[in-house]
Design a protein. Structure first.
Length: 212
């Protein structure tokens, strides 16, 4: 059984609140990213969190350790409960995010292999496997791995074991189906297939059932 995370990549507070309200009761977490935050500011986090749902900041952080620690301070002060970081900046940068999240009572997730075709240029294969090992060594709470390549996510699962979570984007608009991936992961991440739907609540309900 996999959780359902909504990738709320809409623009503007009104649309974010409309979609999140429509999906209430169907979601395990909301993932926010640059499209929403750049159009509304971080104040939207507290608004969304009013319904007691965890908010994960998908900022794919990729900077030096000091800057990463400063980013964590802002993300968790705003009310997020998790953050997504890149790993390729190295173990010290990764550790700053993991420690920054944990110091604020939050969780850190590391991007190991991405879901889009261009991931095959760099963010896949041996690089991804190495980054999964680094995420485990750093004490990350989980990794991000692709629903579009279940065979790769299965390999990454074998590297990190069962004590870390895997959240998996690529379901819906990118072509993967919940049934393809649910046995390897702890949660599926769905964006456009829910928020662009004429009835986001119904779409979320259907994805939730299919992820069971
Ligand atoms: P869609 O609309 O394609 O949205 O369902 C997917 C969401 O997930 C993000 N995304 C990723 N994030 N690693 C990540 O950390 C990935 O491989 C990846 N692929 C997609 C995307 O930004 C959107 O929010």
């Amino acid at each position: 059984m996999a959780e359902l995370l909504l990738a709320l990549d809409v623009k503007g507070a009104e649309e974010a609140i409309r979609v999140s309200r429509a999906c209430e009761g169907e979601l395990d977490a909301i993932k926010i990213g640059y499209p929403l935050i750049l159009s509304t500011g971080m104040g939207i986090v507290k608004e969304l969190a009013k319904s007691n749902i965890p908010i994960i900041a998908d900022f794919k952080v990729a900077d030096i350790p000091n800057t990463n620690a400063l980013i964590c301070e802002e993300v968790f002060a705003a009310g997020c409960s998790g953050i997504i970081t890149h790993v390729f900046c190295g173990s010290d940068s990764l550790q700053a995010i993991v420690d920054g999240a944990h110091d604020h009572g939050g969780r850190a997730f590391a991007v190991c292999e991405m879901s889009h075709p261009g991931a095959l240029d760099f963010l896949s294969g041996a690089n991804a496997e190495r980054m999964a090992k680094m995420a485990k060594e750093a004490g990350a709470d989980g990794i991000i791995a692709p629903a579009t390549r279940p065979e790769r996510t299965e390999i990454l699962r074998s590297i990190i074991g069962n004590s870390m979570k895997i959240y998996s984007p690529g379901v819906g608009a990118q072509g993967a189906q919940p049934e393809d991936i649910k046995k390897y992961v702890d949660g599926i991440i769905v964006g456009r297939a829910i928020y662009e739907s004429a009835d986001p609540g119904k779409a979320a309900h259907e994805f939730r059932l299919r992820a069971l």
